[in-house]
Design a protein around this ligand. Structure first.
Ligand SMILES: [Zn+2]
Ligand SMILES: [Zn+2]
Length: 319
């Protein structure tokens, strides 16, 4: 089949291959392997959809489908992200799945369509993708969704300097320039965007980072430590926090205790994988009772641990 294609192209005078028999075998093998590779891609998409639908990644103790794809399937961060995005889209847009299964659409092309394709426009986008190069698909997607055209990335250019690429709306960019002006005025010198973000973000973190706040408070408690029994009394009379950010919580954890847990666990997910590594996710952190209150567990520091929402979900699914 591959040999015939080659001859056909040759007949048209487009390509004049000078392949000996050995070259031809090597070439045919590459074509066959690539065919299998593309078939595997579509099978992997189908598997990911099943894993996702049956929540198998959580049952196995992983924080998300991407986490599972990275750690268990050994995909690189980017590849894991791309396959998960395409798998979820293929589940919602059946024609997309069919096109991948038939081999008329590669996963990398499907990834480019993911931000814009939906069940009502699928025919249009699939038709376009089949007859377009990757670059053309990118261009067409950018017309509809300009922000999706810029892939966010950060690359090291020297020891501690990164070149960051990101899409900004005009509104955000204008605000950034405005803040740069205000901060330059305050500092009485011209600040770069990096200097501006340094000032603004440091201020933001001092206000909003729970770990920084917990560290400051712990330091304060240590410095003006009253006698032990007075301290105990103060802790108990302290106001307890709302349950908003601890969805699985049945009884409120006293603020001081919550702060101690965050401080001890560095406000990172402490889930330990089978290989001994720790998740350390810093987003969507929740506090979990190792022994649930319903099983006699207490609001005590030894019974509490910080987990990311994915691992928290996994914990509760498996207990
Ligand atoms: Zn929990
Ligand atoms: Zn986690």
């Amino acid at each position: 089949m591959e040999t015939m294609e080659l001859i056909k192209i040759h007949d048209q005078g487009i390509l004049k291959p000078k392949l000996n028999n050995k070259d031809l075998i090597v070439h045919e093998r590459a074509v066959a392997v690539s065919k299998r590779y593309l078939k595997s891609e579509s099978e992997l998409i189908a598997s990911l959809i099943e894993i996702d639908q049956n929540k198998i990644c959580y049952k196995l103790g992983y924080s998300s489908l991407t986490d599972y794809a990275r750690r268990v399937l050994k995909l690189s961060d980017d590849t894991a992200q791309n396959f998960v995005t395409v798998a979820r889209k293929a589940f919602l847009v059946p024609e997309l799945k069919v096109a991948i299964d038939e081999g008329s659409l590669t996963v990398s092309k499907a990834r480019k369509l993911a931000p814009v394709i939906n069940p009502s426009n699928q025919a249009h986008w699939l038709e376009l993708a089949k007859s377009s190069t990757q670059k053309n698909i990118e261009k067409e997607v950018a017309k509809v969704q300009p922000m999706a055209a810029v892939v966010e990335q950060a690359k090291y250019v020297s020891g501690d300097t990164l070149k960051v690429t990101s899409a900004f709306s005009e509104k955000v960019y204008k605000m950034l320039k405005h803040v740069q002006d205000l901060e330059s005025r305050k500092a009485k010198k011209n600040l770069s965007i990096n200097d501006t973000l340094d000032t603004v973000l440091s201020g933001y973190l001092a206000q909003n980072d729970r770990l920084e706040r917990a560290e400051r408070q712990e330091e304060k408690v240590k410095n003006d430590a009253p006698s032990p029994d007075i301290r105990l009394k103060t802790e108990h009379s302290r106001q307890t926090e709302t349950q908003e950010d601890i969805p699985f919580q049945r009884s409120s954890i006293p603020t001081q205790l919550k702060r101690q847990v965050i401080h001890r666990d560095k406000d990172k997910c402490q889930h330990q994988y089978y290989d001994g590594s720790i998740c350390e996710n810093q987003r969507f952190i929740e506090i979990h009772h190792k022994i649930p209150i319903s099983h006699g567990g207490q609001n005590q520091i030894q019974n509490l641990i910080t987990l990311c929402s994915g691992h928290h979900k996994a914990q509760h699914m498996n207990s």
